[in-house]
Design a protein around this ligand. Sequence first.
Ligand SMILES: [Zn+2]
Length: 346
Amino acid sequence: MSVDELVQHPDRSSPSLLVERQSGAAPLLVERGGEATEAIRPERAAPGPTRVGVDVGGSKAEAVAIDPSGAIIARARRATERGSDGVLATVRAAIEDLGSTDVASVGIGIPGQIVGGTVRNAVNLGVAELDLAGELERSLGVPVAVQNDVNAAALGAHALLARDKSARPSGDLFAYLNLGTGIAAGVVLEGRLWRGWGGTAGEVGHVSIDPAGPECPCGQRGCIETFAGGASVARRWGRGGELPVRDVFDAADAGDPHALVLRADLARGVAAAVHVLVLTMDPVAVVIGGGVARLGDRLLDVVRSELHERSARSAFLTSLRLADRIELLPPDSAAGALGAALTPTR
Ligand SMILES: [Zn+2]
């Protein structure tokens, strides 16, 4: 199940998929393979080579080009084709849609295990193993970096936040919490990803919060992901439907007892993830993104109220101001593609 199947994408009904527009941008509609792609190419870009980033999701791929100042100067989106050949074709086409010349580097954010430039076990994309960096470097002739999609979004979210809130000291530690089919966080320390010893930093979705809880595919019981992961919520809801997590919230609003339990579990799981991140890393902010975050304030409200409830019993937790540290990544911010573009090449 893709993230977009969990929560309705606001653009779903529109053939024009671009949301963000830069000032002075001239929109350009490109139609290829029956898929509408809109790209922006503003007149005022800082001189110098551009860097390109592509965020490959289960249903769509988003590409951006950034100028040497880090500003997004072109943006395009198209449907993701499955399989290794499909992913390569999608990435190449999305880059072409940007119409960028003088490209210095390409970064890719993609789900799955990343080893060097190779992606493994990207189940949602139908990719078992693909030397993405090698294949793209051969055809594009520029250095290519490959990054896990959550880490790429963390880098991008950090860059967006640093731009919006210049008052924040640049040395601060920052966490991005991705709520999609699963749950994981990316941690950015002084502008760079902090991966930990073996790349496990931020895997908060597999912190167990209930030793007697449901079995998790990772082999533990009661992982945060089993309560708050979008796929788990959809499975426990069990009524099918196109948009299970939103359906759960709607039904909970209407007083459905099962939905109330699922919504409370989701809030408990997300709050636990924030709690763990703050107590282990003390980030200045925990920015929440991913498909489930498209619920917006409906999600923030239940998570904040759960955090307030926890804090009410503890002067220590109250002093940490957990609820004040969370904020939502603006929808359609292109954080994943931006972070991919910012990923250093080898
Ligand atoms: Zn687990």
